[in-house]
Write a protein that binds this ligand. Structure first.
Ligand SMILES: Nc1ncnc2c1ncn2[C@@H]1O[C@H](COP(=O)(O)OP(=O)(O)OP(=O)(O)O)[C@@H](O)[C@H]1O
Ligand SMILES: [Mg+2]
Length: 251
């Protein structure tokens, strides 16, 4: 490997978010230092209210930080304005929200194709990618449906397909399996495993130990701070536990 050092895919320095609600400060993220290497798959865990969504939203430029720094592939990003963030996301970052965020008056197919078309992919290429992703997620039959006609779990998978439309270098996902039964969770995990093998960086919020078991590393938040940060070798090597099919997926 060349020693010309590759910058981290993502890095935060003393990142802080304090919401102001009705004049009362609500500290959501309190001094997070996080470095994610290119190609690394990081699971973010922690109890409800610990700041997981707030953290990944800031990493994607969807929420502004109160103080601290955010770097995306060696570029300082916390100082960017909204339109520069939008461009950065379009080029490098796919985002799956905890609460879907699909465009309601567009079909499933159009929702998934849109990001690719926005960066100038040919309609043919966008369509092929869409067909592939919907197929992988068991949604081929829903291409012409409107998001409102889908179940929560289906909408969530559409949101994942959309986030992956551009093969983003960085995938940020907030509870992408939160509403899914085990079969659909398996589909999502298989696709995430594939994305990971292709070298894309993944930062994924989850409550699900099976999902975390697929990651290289689990970062645990508590009250807005990292309280644990470690590799998950044990989960990967465990032979016949509930994580068994996840192990297989690593291929
Ligand atoms: N827009 C907001 N305005 C004010 N406070 C907020 C806002 N969003 C989140 N918070 C608060 O910030 C803290 C962290 O919230 P966050 O949504 O990041 O938690 P989380 O770890 O994602 O929780 P969950 O597992 O329930 O999704 C909580 O105390 C929450 O009430
Ligand atoms: Mg959340």
């Amino acid at each position: 490997m060349s020693m010309v050092s590759t910058p981290p895919a993502l890095r935060t320095v003393n990142l802080v978010k304090i919401y102001q609600t009705g004049g009362l400060p609500v500290p959501a993220v309190r001094g997070v230092d996080l470095t994610v290497r290119p190609g690394e798959f990081v699971a973010v865990m922690g109890p409800s209210g610990s700041g997981k969504s707030t953290l990944v939203h800031m990493l994607g430029g969807l929420d502004t930080r109160t103080s601290g720094e955010i770097w995306v592939e060696g570029t300082r990003a916390d100082t960017l304005g909204e339109s520069a963030w939008a461009l950065l996301r379009r080029q490098k970052i796919g985002f799956v929200f905890q609460f879907f965020n699909l465009v309601d008056n567009m079909t499933v197919a159009d929702n998934v194709e849109l990001p690719a078309l926005l960066v100038g992919a040919s309609p043919k290429h966008a369509r092929e990618r869409r067909d592939y992703l919907l197929g992988e997620l068991g949604l081929s039959g829903k291409a012409d449906a409107a998001p409102a006609q889908l179940s929560g779990g289906e909408q969530q998978r559409v949101a994942l397909a959309r986030a992956l439309a551009n093969q983003p270098q960085v995938l940020l996902a907030d509870e992408p399996t939160g509403n899914l039964d085990s079969r659909n969770t398996k589909d999502v995990l298989r696709l995430l495993g594939e994305v990971h093998r292709q070298g894309q960086t993944i930062v994924l919020v989850t409550h699900d130990a099976r999902v975390a078991g697929l990651a290289d590393r689990v970062v645990t938040l508590l009250d807005g701070q990292i309280v644990d940060d470690g590799a998950v070798l044990s989960a990967r090597r465990r032979p016949k536990s509930g994580a068994g099919d996840v192990v297989e997926l690593r291929g």
